[in-house]
Write a new protein. Structure first.
Length: 279
């Protein structure tokens, strides 16, 4: 069952989303050569605590404990990297995923950040991944279908010029999800169109989805390291991960984890963001 939220519940999710946005901004500002992924985790933890929120990452997930309030995935690590003693180096690429809970309602988002000066193809990789996320978010409209989001993500990536080194692999097996009274809920949101599955459920007001493309410079295939969390590409190529949580309202999409509610980026796609209930 897909959880449908009331406007009041969406407002609480917006509050959680703004906490996530603040934590990710603080992490982005702190990324630099010599900073450890554990340092970034401490920064995000302080922001979450200062806002009176709690982490939905640092918890037990089906019998497997995750020890950080962020996932810090560096270079060939796609998602679920455990923050700790790894020190960032000039030229690295780090994806930072963060979540928070306010009054029982969840927010979840991710960004990719270059560490100092990075290779042009890595900047292009990140821009392509972020752009595909917004292309998917622009399909969050009444009477569209779930697969319209998947098609929006995939088609954007397929339209981009290939990088000078490598190709774009849309990571398989991982994707977005419903979000609300729990962090991971139905439905699963693929980042590509899977033939034979139909168009999926109709999008209706009250649905909230986390849309999160993951793209590599090579293979779409991954494996999980012995820590039981960190997901890496099987060919060692580097990856990017972007994510926003989005609510579909009667007035259109509201990007819960974007500071402006998604207004600027959605306008680039000819879509008007819904009014911010906390403005």
């Amino acid at each position: 069952m897909v959880e449908i939220k009331t406007p009041e519940q969406i407002a609480k999710m917006r509050a959680a989303g703004l906490v996530v946005a603040a934590a990710l901004k603080a992490c982005r500002d702190a990324v630099a050569p010599g900073v450890s992924t554990g340092d970034l985790d401490e920064i995000a933890a302080k922001v979450i605590a200062d806002h009176g929120a709690t982490s939905n990452f640092k918890a037990d997930h089906g019998g497997l404990w995750f020890p950080g309030v962020i996932c810090a995935s560096v270079n060939d690590e796609v998602v679920h990297g455990i923050p700790g003693g790894r020190v960032l180096q000039e030229g690295d690429l780090i994806s930072i995923d963060c979540g928070a809970i306010v009054d029982g309602w969840h927010g979840d988002a991710a960004i990719t950040v270059p560490v100092g000066a990075v290779a042009p193809e890595l900047l292009q990789l990140s821009a392509t991944t972020e752009g595909s996320m917004w292309s998917g978010i622009a399909q969050v409209k009444k009477n569209n279908r779930l697969q319209d989001i998947s098609r929006g993500v995939e088609s954007y990536i397929r339209r981009q010029p290939l990088p000078s080194k490598g190709k774009y692999g849309i990571v398989e097996g991982y994707g977005g999800h419903g979000i609300g009274s729990a962090m991971h809920m139905e439905p699963h949101v693929l980042n590509y169109v899977e033939r034979g599955r139909g168009r999926g459920p109709k999008l209706v007001p009250g649905m909230c989805l986390a849309i999160e493309p993951m793209v590599s410079l090579g293979t779409p295939h991954t494996r999980v390291l012995e820590d039981q969390w960190t997901v890496v590409t099987t060919d060692g190529t580097w990856a990017s991960h972007w994510e926003h949580s989005v609510a579909l309202t009667e007035q259109g999409p509201l990007v819960l984890t974007a500071e402006d509610g998604g207004k600027a980026k959605l306008a680039e796609h000819g879509v008007t963001a819904a009014p911010d209930p906390l403005a």
